[in-house]
Ligand binder design. Structure first.
Ligand SMILES: [Zn+2]
Length: 62
């Protein structure tokens, strides 16, 4: 079972890279039992949507 620290790190990494099947399953399992990490995931989902709509005109990291 993943720790909360590991779970939140994976959730952040999932924004930048595809998770392996094993990571994904471990993540899902942790989220089933952990309300704190579910809340964290919802927060980053919202943040991602908001930043996309605000950064839509950005051409890149420069
Ligand atoms: Zn957790």
């Amino acid at each position: 079972m993943l720790t909360c620290k590991h779970t939140t790190r994976l959730l952040s990494e999932a924004l930048d890279r595809p998770l392996s099947k094993r990571e994904y399953l471990a993540l899902r399992l942790h989220l089933l039992f952990c309300r704190g990490c579910r809340a964290f995931r919802q927060n980053i989902d919202v943040l991602r949507k908001v930043s996309r709509s605000f950064m839509g005109r950005d051409d890149g990291p420069n």
